[in-house]
Each structure stands twice: as structure tokens, then as C-alpha cells.
Ligand binder design. Structure first.
Ligand code: 1GP
Length: 248
């Protein structure tokens, strides 16, 4: 385990739950992304995830990271949709495999292409099982996921165990960006129960403090919010609402 992973795990120990702010480089200019990151840091977020399913690589990704780093010293963690989502300007990368994809590209091939870039750049890989649950949104479609039915906690549990036995430290239950509702508490609780000390991230469709709190109470170690911040006119206040709902 190294720096960023340790930093996140320490916050889970201390505060109960981590808040992660997701910024998709394709959704705004690098300067606007940096403003969101700055406001999110003021509001109490713990780290900035950077990535997206489409158009989130290359110069735009590099510039977005550089601008974010000018505005905040919170760790930046890549959330790549493919091998093109890797940038040397980040602190860490969620090195993830979309375990319920039908397409081997999202299970091992992009990982094979991205791994040498991660190795050479020295950014920290954090191994993660990525699981997409209904409705799945854009990432479900792009990743050709065989979506886990939202009421079938046992399927999510079986995938989470497989990820854990394969050695992945983190498990991400994803409802899809902009989902109409977050992952159900019953599924979160069942997955956390088998994960034990392994960390569980939950995201997709979390729009307010109450929803974030329900996820945290059910067993999520980390909460991700993206869309609501892009839509908010006062990001710092929105983050404060989310953070105060999930921290001890
Ligand atoms: C998407 O889970 C994240 O990968 C965040 O979802 O945009 O709905 O917050 P939202």
C-alpha cells in the first residue's frame, strides 16, 4: 500500500467515510474544472477523481489535472474509461477492471495497454474491482456491461468476492453517472459484509446529504459525487452538505 491509498484508508478509520469529487474533463474547460475542485476542497472533499467514459483523455486530461493542481493540494486520482485515461500529472490511478463487462477490452486489454504508462510515470496504482449495476448510464453502455440487476444483491456480492479473491483492494459499486437513484442500501450492506476490511466505493445518482448518508450507513467506505456538482451554482456549500452527512 502506498501514499494515496493509505491517505484514503486513514480517513475511513478516522471519519468513517471518504468523500470523492468526480470531475469529467469532457464536461467543462480545465479552468472551470479547477474552480470546481477548489470549491470542493473548501467544502471538505477528500480527493479529486478525474475521468470519464468518453473524450476524457489526451491534452484535455493533462490540462485539467495541471489546472486542478494549481488550485488545490488534495490528491488527484485518475478514473480512466480506457488506457487513454492515464496521465502522468495525477497522483494515483484507480487501476480497475470492469468485472461484469462482456468485452475483454474493459477487463484486461486496456489495463495491459495502460500499465506500462503507469509504471513509467510513477503514479500510484490502486487496484479496484469495478461493478456496474442497473441503470448503468453511459459507462454501462460504453463498457458493454452485463448490468447487475438493482435488486439482486447476491450477484453483486459474488462479483465483489471474486474481486477480493483476485487481490483487488477496492470495490466500486457504480449505478452510472446521473442515475435516477443510488445503489440500494441492501446491496451496499450485503457487499460490505463479505468485503470485510476491503474498501467499498459507491457512486452514481447521489444528489444530497440524505442519500449520501444512507449509502454510508449501509456500509459504503467512500462516496462519489459528480453530476450534482456540475449542476450546482454553489459547489462548496453542496459539498459541505454531503460531507457533513457522512463524516463522524
Ligand atoms: C459516476 O459514480 C459516479 O462514475 C458519479 O455519479 O455523476 O451521478 O454523481 P454522479
Amino acid at each position: 500500500m502506498t501514499q494515496v491509498e493509505e491517505y484514503l484508508n486513514d480517513i475511513v478509520e478516522r471519519d468513517g467515510t471518504v468523500h470523492l469529487t468526480l470531475i469529467d474533463p469532457a464536461s467543462q474547460s480545465p479552468e472551470e474544472a479547477a474552480q470546481i475542485a477548489h470549491a470542493a476542497a473548501l467544502g471538505g472533499t477528500d480527493a479529486i477523481m478525474v475521468g470519464g467514459s468518453t473524450g476524457a483523455g489526451g491534452v484535455l486530461l493533462d490540462q485539467t489535472l495541471l489546472k486542478i493542481k494549481e488550485k488545490t493540494d488534495k490528491p488527484t486520482i485518475l478514473f480512466p474509461g480506457s488506457s487513454s485515461g492515464v496521465s502522468k500529472h495525477a497522483d494515483a490511478v484507480f487501476f480497475m477492471s470492469l468485472l461484469n463487462s462482456r468485452d475483454i477490452n474493459f477487463i484486461t486489454t486496456n489495463q495491459m495497454m495502460g500499465a506500462p504508462v503507469v509504471y513509467k510515470s510513477g503514479i500510484e496504482p490502486i487496484s479496484m474491482a469495478y461493478l456496474i449495476v442497473e441503470p448503468g448510464g453511459t459507462v454501462g453502455w460504453v463498457g458493454d456491461a452485463k448490468l447487475i440487476p438493482k435488486n439482486k444483491a447476491e450477484i453483486a456480492v459474488a462479483y465483489a468476492l471474486a474481486g477480493k479473491y483476485l487481490g483487488m483492494h477496492y470495490t466500486y459499486l457504480e449505478a452510472g453517472s446521473g442515475a435516477d437513484a443510488p445503489i440500494k442500501p441492501e446491496m451496499i450492506a450485503a457487499v460490505k459484509h463479505v468485503l470485510g476490511d476491503n474498501k467499498l466505493i459507491v457512486g452514481g445518482g447521489i444528489r444530497d446529504g440524505e442519500a449520501a448518508k444512507q449509502c454510508a450507513l449501509a456500509g459504503a467506505d467512500m462516496i462519489v459525487t459528480g453530476t450534482i456538482l456540475e449542476e450546482s451554482s454553489d459547489v462548496a456549500t453542496k459539498i459541505e452538505e454531503l460531507v457533513s452527512a457522512i463524516k463522524r
